[in-house]
Ligand binder design. Sequence first.
Ligand code: NDP
Length: 331
Amino acid sequence: MMSFRAFQVEKTADRQFPRSIVERDTADLPDGELLIDVAYSSLNYKDALSATGNPGVTRNFPHTPGIDAAGTVEESRSDAFAVGDAVIVIGFDLGMNTAGGFGEKVRVPAAWAVPMPAGLDARTSMILGTAGFTAALCVHKLEAFGMTPDGGPVLVTGATGGVGSVAVKLLAKLGYEVHAVTGKPEQHSFLRGLGAEQLLSREDALQGAERPLGRPTWGGAVDTVGGQILVNAVKSLRYGASLAACGLVASPEIPASVLPFILRHVNLLGIDSVELPLAQKAEIWNKLAGAWHLDGLEELAAPLTLATLSSAIDRILAGKMVGRGLVDLKA
Ligand code: NDP
């Protein structure tokens, strides 16, 4: 038994969700083969949904959110991992109804853990976190469906956010012409620094909503926002191109017509980082550690501690985060 610090969300009788930092004991953690000493976690939009009681994410309180964790194996009942191994855990039930990475210790099944690939460490892997991983998964799937740099510019929506900012940086590194949609004109130079060549406002991205088809423009698209912006992007895909849909910050609805699909042969690709089988998770992490290694990740990091998490949760819910909230559990 060992005590550790954790960010905790409670649920009151009148459905309030107060947040605090508490001392917990490893004896209270759920069963699992691996006890992990967490060095870094990261803040994702879903953590903010968990922390505000969204029942689609978390039903059981008190709860420690944090869908991401990177650290060192402290106890192992698995042949696949030894004490001292560096690991990454993202997705599955971590931070949903299993105590997550906003605590100094997590206990998880070995089947959730990916060995830290050479080329990444706890800090860089968590600057990426689920959001950066998801950006890479989008690009991976778009390329599997034929996207290439000479197929036309690629649109990224919600570009200053976690998924969006990594998507811009990765696509630019791979030689794509990136056009970024943002609601933050004051962040244009940040996005240009990541490699965006053209910047669009959300209003630009909503133009022509009444038309059944747009001008064929995009060789691919990474959409983090959903709703009418997603639909407009689909309508402006070039013949045979694809859009990867991974988010819903604007809306979970898709008010679309079939016309782009049956006249332009376009594809709407679903992206899920949570239940993605472990072997495919490891493949994407290995790419991010190797051929897709991103230099200058520190520029994306918004450093956080357990003490500053609560205000950052409010910022991400308000769509005001820029880059990736990196949570240092040792700070
Ligand atoms: P962030 O909050 O970091 O980024 C979202 C960005 O979207 C904001 O920064 C903002 O960027 C833009 N935005 C916010 N509100 C609106 C709005 N009303 N209309 C249009 N744009 C808006 O979140 P993440 O990047 O962590 O996550 C993005 C989405 O992806 C979330 O819905 C999340 O749940 C989902 N997600 C899904 C995963 C999966 O496995 N499918 C995994 C990870 C995330 P700007 O100001 O630049 O426009």
